[in-house]
Design a protein around this ligand. Structure first.
Ligand SMILES: [Zn+2]
Ligand SMILES: [Zn+2]
Length: 188
């Protein structure tokens, strides 16, 4: 069975070098749907609590919200960084609080202090699915990711690889010692 959660991401990007309107900087509200698959944990009669999937995903993905996403070779990148620097917001601002931990993967690097994500490939809906999967595959038993942005949508199915032990009282993943980080339940 699957537990499914959805979250919104508001971001700006462009398709550098693309012969179409999308080569100009523009913004979207993207809708990301994550489907997690496993057996039903009988104690809570759930695969996984949807709000916990959302929390786990948001912790990393909030770096994409109200962010600018640019490809690493886009000449806008140094230009924007120069403006942010001159304005004194390159290394943070007091009201930039919604920051996740900085991350760097093969496909994307997040600079939460200035709400920027630099990608290796153009951030299409397909590109976003690859990035999201690489960021969350070890944390969640992902079976499917769908990303919709404007008139564009893509989805991909994955083979859920992990066998995650869950708390029979809260449904969330037990830590490496078999203890629930929320209620303290210990696996026997
Ligand atoms: Zn777009
Ligand atoms: Zn628990």
């Amino acid at each position: 069975m699957r537990s499914i959660t959805t979250l919104d991401l508001q971001y700006a990007h462009r398709f550098y070098g693309f012969k179409g309107e999308a080569q100009y900087l523009h913004g979207h509200t993207g809708v990301l749907t994550i489907e997690v698959e496993d057996s039903i944990e009988p104690g809570v009669n759930m695969v996984f609590p949807c709000n916990e999937i959302q929390k786990t995903a948001w912790e990393v993905l909030k770096n994409f919200d109200h962010a600018l996403v640019l490809r690493e070779d886009d000449p806008l990148l140094p230009a924007i960084l120069d403006v942010y620097k001159a304005q004194g917001i390159r290394d943070g601002a007091p009201n930039n609080k919604m920051m996740g931990p900085a991350f760097k993967t093969e496909l994307a690097t997040a600079y939460p202090e200035c709400r920027l994500v630099v990608t290796k490939e153009t951030m299409t809906v397909e590109g976003m699915i690859k990035i999201v999967y690489s960021l969350l595959k070890d944390k969640l038993n992902i079976a499917k990711i769908t990303f919709t942005s404007g008139v564009n949508a893509a989805s991909e199915e994955f083979e859920p690889a992990n066998k995650i032990d869950r708390c029979p009282l809260c449904g969330i993943a037990l830590n490496e010692n078999g203890v629930c980080p929320k209620c303290g339940y210990k696996k026997k």
